[in-house]
Design a protein around this ligand. Structure first.
Ligand code: SF4
Ligand code: SF4
Length: 90
């Protein structure tokens, strides 16, 4: 199972992909993000569902482990970006 620590960073960087344009409130943050959590979690779109996306779009290209690793890399990059932004301002 994919491990998410609910930092909310992926939902604050929607401007990195055209796919999430409809969810972007205008500054890259999702209009459904409340604090660090998704306020429509049970009904969130398919592109917000890691396992569902694997089944539908990535299964024939890579193993689940490889897919998770790519997602973890993206999480790590977003967290580091957040940290460096904080350092820049404080
Ligand atoms: S960036 Fe990764 S760890 Fe943070 S909320 Fe998104 S999926 Fe979870
Ligand atoms: S719908 Fe929910 S999971 Fe998807 S980007 Fe918005 S806050 Fe995040």
């Amino acid at each position: 199972m994919f491990h998410c620590d609910r930092c909310g960073e992926c939902c604050r960087n929607l401007d990195k992909s055209e796919l999430y344009k409809a969810l972007d409130r205008g500054d890259g943050v999702c209009k459904y993000l409340k604090g660090n959590l998704c306020s429509i979690y049970e009904n969130r779109p398919i592109m917000c569902r890691v396992d569902k996306c694997y089944e539908l779009f990535f299964k024939s290209y890579m193993t689940r482990e490889e897919y998770y690793d790519k997602n973890y890399e993206a999480c790590k990059w977003l967290k580091e970006k957040r940290r460096s932004k904080k350092c820049h301002y404080h």
